[in-house]
Design a protein around this ligand. Structure first.
Ligand SMILES: NC(=O)C1=CN([C@@H]2O[C@H](COP(=O)(O)OP(=O)(O)OC[C@H]3O[C@@H](n4cnc5c(N)ncnc54)[C@H](OP(=O)(O)O)[C@@H]3O)[C@@H](O)[C@H]2O)C=CC1
Ligand SMILES: O=C1OC[C@@H](O)[C@H](O)[C@H]1O
Length: 369
């Protein structure tokens, strides 16, 4: 069998998400298209980096550094994966780009749209690849959902969507330095989990070209506890199509596990999406409109069999993102088709407007009325 092309990752930060990502990409898979090498690990402490390697990629032989800058300076690193809290994404992306590195950076890409635009401008100037690690967009479920909605028009023309991400975090019990509490790290439910609920909304309402349609009218409200935004509700309305979405998120409670977290309605039916969490969707069901009885165009759900599509997870679900990103870099692309720059800017702009209305301001930002 021909050897697989190799991509050499530099991992920046050794927190939870970096461990999930690295464990997944070193999984041995029959259908792998790329061999992922963990070339370097950068951490605030050398011992943390060493422990990380021993625990999450024991068969790899990375260089372990006690700074992120050394990862950026390592000539054998093809792409840097940034797993720091969102408050540091701008700094870390800019430093990696300045060193000429390709970058895959965790969601939310930045704190605001201005920072995201500056990152993309810097990447363009340096001719390097940058993408936001919105792993949801790389999942086969998400791709098939988009195709059914917009190419096959399985529910006719999309008219609206409800989408939610509820995740119970006992913020009070966490130390003030936790990324769920520290505003300099980007604490708040919208940037942490609302970004997923919005990703479904944008897929449904903006179609396959996120960020290229008109900007929606937005009506939003946010609740804060001890200065941290813990609950957001937003209505998005696209005037030219009349499409509407209600997008909500909260860190105050868990949604029912495995239950529906988003529903998309169209002129000919609706689709329910479910899974472990909105970031880990596992199935959706398409319900079609009944014809011939105009006043009862839909059966009550209990007596109606929808068509269910299931999508098993592989590992934790990061392999698709890692593989698509590696192939982009190996093929010399500078931008992901799946998570394009315009899409990341659009979602940051929408979150900026929601935060403006909700009065959520991060350090270094000016309050806008
Ligand atoms: N795609 C997904 O499903 C998920 C994505 N995420 C995203 O990943 C990012 C990180 O989240 P998560 O891994 O949960 O966070 P953690 O707190 O677990 O880890 C963050 C790591 O960043 C480094 N770091 C640098 N400066 C700081 C600082 N001042 N305070 C704390 N940590 C710092 C540390 O690594 P070191 O000491 O090694 O330098 C730390 O371990 C966030 O942007 C989040 O939105 C999070 C969870 C799931
Ligand atoms: O990306 C994420 O997905 C799962 C959540 O629990 C986590 O807080 C968030 O960062």
């Amino acid at each position: 069998m021909a050897a697989l092309p190799t991509v050499r990752w530099g991992i920046v930060a050794t927190g939870m998400i970096s461990s999930w990502f690295v464990e997944d990409i070193v999984l041995e898979r029959q259908d792998a298209k790329v061999e992922h090498v963990i070339q370097a690990i950068g951490s605030s402490k050398l011992e943390k980096g060493q422990d990380f390697k021993n625990t999450f990629c024991p068969k790899q032989n990375p260089r372990i550094y006690s700074s992120y800058e050394e990862v950026y300076g390592d000539a054998d690193v093809d792409i840097v994966y940034i797993g720091t809290p969102h408050g540091y994404h701008y700094r870390d992306c800019m430093q990696a780009i300045a060193a000429g590195k390709n970058v895959l950076c965790e969601k939310s890409l930045t704190i605001n749209a201005k920072q995201a635009k500056e990152i993309f401008e810097a990447a363009r100037a340096k001719n390097v690849y940058v993408a936001e690690a919105m792993w949801l967009r790389h999942r086969p479920l998400f791709r098939d959902l988009g195709r059914l909605l917009h190419q096959e028009k399985a529910i006719g023309d999309v008219t609206r969507i409800f989408s939610d991400f509820a995740s119970g975090v006992d913020i009070d019990s966490l130390p003030p330095t936790s990324r769920y509490r520290d505003l300099t790290l980007g604490a708040g439910s919208l940037l942490d989990i609302g970004v997923y609920a919005l990703t479904y909304t944008i897929l449904a309402l903006e179609g396959d070209a996120p960020g290229r349609s008109e900007f929606p009218h937005i009506l939003a409200t946010q609740t804060h506890e001890a200065g941290i935004e813990i609950t957001t509700s937003a209505i998005l309305h696209y005037p030219s199509t009349g499409r509407q979405g209600i997008t909500t998120c909260t860190t105050k409670t868990f949604g029912p596990p495995g239950e529906v977290f988003a529903v998309v309605h169209g002129t000919d039916g609706f689709i329910e999406i479910e899974g472990t969490a909105p970031s880990i969707p596992l199935a959706f069901t398409v319900y079609s409109k009944q014809t011939g009885i105009p006043e009862r165009a839909y059966f009550p759900k209990e007596s109606f069999q929808g068509k269910r599509y299931e999508f098993p997870n592989v590992g934790r679900g990061f392999v698709w993102e890692a593989e698509n990103t590696a192939l982009d870099v190996l093929n010399g692309r500078k931008e992901s088709e799946i998570v394009p720059w315009a899409g990341s800017i659009r979602i940051m702009e929408i979150m900026d407007e929601i935060r403006r209305q909700g009065n959520t301001v991060y350090p270094g930002e000016r309050r806008r009325d």
